[in-house]
Design a protein around this ligand. Structure first.
Ligand code: PLP
Length: 476
């Protein structure tokens, strides 16, 4: 991008794309256009005045400064960043889909039927009995599920204060338990990277409200002892919570409900369709077994009596609302469209390819990969190299790097999830990028990335002290 390279001044910035207003502005008379009262309007506004091609080029350049699944592989472990078929966007953009959520039941029958169908199909996929579509993300689903579990215990007069979570779990699990008012009991991983049954026996007891488990876990290992784990937790009077972020490894092949889980969330934006990252929007429906259904958020949708369509209803002991209306409904529509298009066989096939791809890539890279065989993801170790440096160098070789330094049970971890969408040549490219970066010189790793719009940025600073307006940045 030679464009405006002369303006490249800020530290870490390899390419500088000016704002549209910096390219030229025009003062326009806006008074006549406005239906608002005079004292609320301005007569003139100074606005950018780019031509259509300038505008198109500006936004195209901006879009190319960031990484996108539409431009290359994005094997960010745990996050499941995969290509999302565009037909799901078309379905969600249908004007009959995005109806006002306050429409009467009578005039919203199509939408209610779709909500009901999605509740049913998710329940079937998860082996659950009842589903709410309301939570707007996986983390929100976790909190909803744990609050439902808490309401269940309280309803039965059980005062339980602890939630047990494996050390390898996603940070949101710990945050969820704490936010719901529980003490967190951290479970160390066994030598084989899985739950250690003896440690679990020691950790659960009369105070255990639930065990939160991800299966396959965050290094892609299936918890083979899951039925024993379920027995241990249930015998202690606790509930078993399934973190559904890795459900794409099991689709059509195994169901959390059949393994003994009582409550789960689905990260539909990971498992089914919807581009995510950068804060969403996603959706995190929650499924439960019959005993927990009365505590789900309100409203849910059911078939009305005598074939008279569908109706909203309030579960008997509902925990209330966790989001407005039916949650991020358009995201739910995309999930339904994706599930309907793939069907039983397509979903099972997606799971098989996700697993095959992860294992193929794990074999092709020069880095050590502890544990295995894997399901849909694996945690390689960068050994005595810095995982973050190797990752930054991978960007120079044209692929997005994996998640780094997590989970902590693998030192200098590079948690890699190619997903089902990559073909063999793209997996080979990924492996080559891994191997080139891993074998590169210290100097090259220190200086990386060089071929991206921005160089090495202050990631912690960006997260802790975000400056979200151009003025704030320019005003320095
Ligand atoms: C992504 C993820 C979550 C949180 O889900 P969000 O939809 O991002 O809120 C929870 N657990 C695991 C294992 C995840 O990968």
């Amino acid at each position: 991008m030679i464009h405006d390279q002369a303006n490249y001044e800020r530290e870490g910035e390899n390419v500088r794309e000016p704002l549209l207003s910096e390219k030229g502005q025009e003062t326009v008379d806006v008074r006549e256009e406005s239906p608002l009262p005079d004292d609320l309007t301005r007569e003139e506004l100074t606005l950018p005045n780019p031509s259509e091609p300038e505008t198109a080029r500006h936004y195209t350049r901006l879009s190319q400064m960031n990484w996108a699944i539409d431009s290359g592989p994005y094997p960010l472990g745990s996050c499941t960043m995969k290509y999302n078929p565009k037909f799901t966007e078309d379905v969600a953009a249908d004007t009959n889909a995005a109806i006002h959520p306050d429409r009467s039941e009578r005039s919203a029958q199509g939408n209610l039927e779709l909500q009901h169908r999605l509740q049913e199909v998710l329940a079937e996929i998860g082996g659950m009995d009842a589903v709410t579509l309301q939570p707007p993300a996986g983390a929100a689903g976790e909190l909803t599920g744990i609050l439902v579990a808490k309401a269940y215990h309280e309803h039965h007069g059980n005062d339980r204060s602890e939630v047990v979570i494996p050390a390898s779990a996603h940070g949101t699990n710990f945050a969820t338990a704490a936010t719901a008012g529980y003490d967190v009991v951290e479970l160390p991983s066994g030598e084989d990277g899985r739950v250690d049954l003896e440690a679990l026996e020691a950790a659960v007891g009369d105070d255990t409200a639930a065990l939160m488990l991800t299966n396959p876990n965050t290094v892609g290992l299936f918890e083979r002892d899951i039925t024993e784990i379920a027995d241990i937790v249930h015998d202690a009077g606790g509930l078993l919570y399934y973190d559904g972020a890795n459900l794409n490894a099991l689709l059509g092949r195994g169901r959390p409900g059949d393994m003994g889980f009582d409550v789960m969330h689905y990260n539909v934006h990971k498992t089914f369709a919807t581009p995510h990252g950068g804060g969403g929007p996603g959706a995190g429906p929650v499924g439960v077994v019959d005993e927990l259904a009365p505590f789900l958020p309100t409203p849910r949708v059911r078939e009305a009596d005598e074939g008279s369509g569908y109706e909203r209803f309030e579960p008997d002991h509902t925990i209330g609302k966790v989001h407005g209306f039916a949650g991020n409904w358009l995201v739910s529509i995309k999930a339904y469209a994706y599930i309907a298009r793939l069907g039983d066989e397509g979903l099972a096939d997606a799971a098989a390819k996700a697993v095959l791809n992860a294992n193929y890539l794990a074999e092709r890279i020069d880095l050590d990969v502890p544990f295995g065989p894997f399901h849909h993801e694996f945690a390689a170790t960068a050994g005595d190299r810095d995982a973050a440096d190797v990752a930054k160098r991978m960007l120079d070789f044209g692929v997005h790097p994996p998640t780094t330094k997590w989970p902590e049970m693998v030192p200098e971890a590079m948690l890699t999830e190619p997903t089902e969408i990559e073909g063999q040549s793209s997996l080979d490219d990924l492996a080559e990028a891994f191997n080139l970066a891993y074998a590169d010189t210290d100097e090259a790793l220190d200086a990386a990335p060089n071929r991206t719009a921005a160089g090495r940025i202050d990631q912690v600073g960006a997260a802790r002290n975000p400056r979200l307006s151009w003025q704030a940045l320019d005003g320095e």
